[in-house]
Design a protein around this ligand. Structure first.
Ligand code: PLP
Length: 435
């Protein structure tokens, strides 16, 4: 049954744009997660915690570029850095000091980052991290976790989260490619150990989101990540932390720092550029030195290290270094206030079974009474109620990602007013859901 969004239905400018878009853009969008029924609203501008739609509505944004906008939309020092680079050139395709500066900052921030290769997106980072792991171990197979999303490329589009959570498999990905990927349940170290031992001679890497953020938000059980580290080490399998979401967000040094675990490789994008397209592969010198031209693993891109994105990223990381003692506690406090507020409203209203997972500046609501600790338990949550929550929040000018299988992101720009308005909106939305 097709559900309709009352708000979107009233948004005539967005409707016009969507009708125009779908003639030239498949599905009317450039990334499937941007679509929701009957059609998405279109953006006009964004600043701080607010996103202004083509229909002149101002929304409090918790999608925040799917986690990219840690400092908020249009953070002044990031914009200034990008602007001042524009006049000096937008692409050189010869190295710049800017790239050294950014790599030095990443290396200083991230405990496992002896060396860094700059790329443009998270997908590029994870695709090449896997290639590096295969070359380093001379093994073939990739182990990933149920519901983990690592971008839109062949070896990781297997039981993936995010927009791929509702697809059994993507057409166009060869079965021969998917057969090289083994999927294990998250938060089950014993099962991972059995899987790796069964594939000891084949398992090149374990790639994981340390905190799953693309199947809703799912946190690691106590000791789980250290168990994964131990198991991979014992079996000569490269551990890749995909920190595209958690990098620079959970802590300046990402989940690696937050949980005190040192993976062999880590991948970054999103918060690194605070809205500009830039990503990174980082890791031990031994593995990273295999990248061409130092070594024989080929990875290349015309736009890698492009000076505008790199300048923006230097400004973003510099801000995070300078103000880390205020930024990280503040975003966590803001997120906690929202979650506590939602919990209190749920208690007052009564009769709605909800589980809320949160960590740092990330949270998600699941309509289930059970603990959500892996993909299977996340998928038990009621999707119709979530869809209603999305619609009712949007009607009240609060924008969360449209899918249950995403995470809500709080930024440095969200303030107490946002918290109050957001909690009120959730409260009213829950009452509607209960009706
Ligand atoms: N890895 C994770 C954990 C992600 O959440 C994403 C995107 O949402 C990616 C990789 C892919 O990044 P990108 O969309 O920049 O290619």
């Amino acid at each position: 049954k097709r559900q309709t969004s009352v708000v979107a239905a009233a948004s005539s400018r967005s409707e016009q744009l969507y009708n125009r878009a779908k003639k030239v853009l498949p599905g009317g969008v450039d990334s499937p997660v941007r679509y929701f029924e009957p059609y998405p609203f279109f953006a006009a501008s964004a600043r701080g915690s607010k996103l202004v739609t083509a229909d002149h509505r101002t929304l409090t944004d918790y999608c925040m570029g799917y986690g990219a906008m840690l400092l908020g939309h249009g953070y002044p020092s990031v914009l200034d850095a990008a602007r001042s680079q524009l006049d000096k050139g937008t692409l050189y395709c010869v190295p710049t000091e800017l790239e050294i500066k950014l790599a030095e900052l990443v290396s200083k921030a991230v405990p496992c980052a002896d060396m860094v290769r700059l790329v443009n997106t998270g997908s590029e980072a994870t695709m090449n991290a896997i290639r590096l792991a295969r070359a380093f171990t001379k093994k073939k197979k990739v182990i990933k976790f149920d519901g983990g999303y690592h971008g839109a490329h062949d070896y990781v589009l297997v039981k993936a989260g995010s927009g791929a959570a509702s697809l059994p498999a993507s057409e166009g990905v060869l079965e021969e490619a998917s057969a090289q990927t083994i999927v294990s349940p998250y938060n089950d170290a014993a099962e991972l150990e059995r899987t790796i031992e069964r594939n000891r001679d084949d398992a090149a890497c374990v790639i994981m989101e340390p905190v799953l953020a693309n199947i809703g938000l799912v946190l690691p059980d106590k000791n789980y990540l250290s168990d994964v580290r131990k198991i991979t080490q014992q079996n000569d399998t490269v551990l890749i932390f995909d920190e595209v979401v958690t990098g620079f967000r959970l802590a300046l040094g990402g989940a690696g720092e937050f949980f005190g675990i040192r993976p062999d490789l880590a991948t970054f994008a999103k918060a690194l550029g605070n809205g500009f397209p830039v990503g990174a592969i980082a890791g031990s010198k031994e593995i990273m030195q295999q990248l061409a031209p130092a070594g024989r693993v080929y990875q290349a891109s015309t736009f890698a290290g492009n000076p505008v994105s790199v300048s923006a990223a230097i400004a973003a990381l510099s801000t995070l270094f300078e103000a880390k003692d205020s930024i990280y506690p503040q975003v966590a406090r803001t997120c906690d206030s929202i979650v506590e507020g939602i919990r209190e409203e749920l208690e007052d209203i009564g009769g709605i079974n909800c589980t809320i997972n949160s960590i740092g500046s990330m949270y998600q609501v699941f309509f289930t009474a059970d603990r959500v600790r892996d993909e299977a338990s996340a998928k038990k949550a009621d999707p119709a109620k979530f869809r209603k929550l999305f619609d009712e929040l949007l009607r009240r000018n609060v924008f969360i990602p449209p899918s249950q299988f995403e995470t809500c992101f709080v930024s440095y720009a969200h303030d107490e007013d946002d918290v109050d308005r957001t909690v009120d909106a959730y409260s009213e939305a829950f009452k509607k859901i209960k009706e």
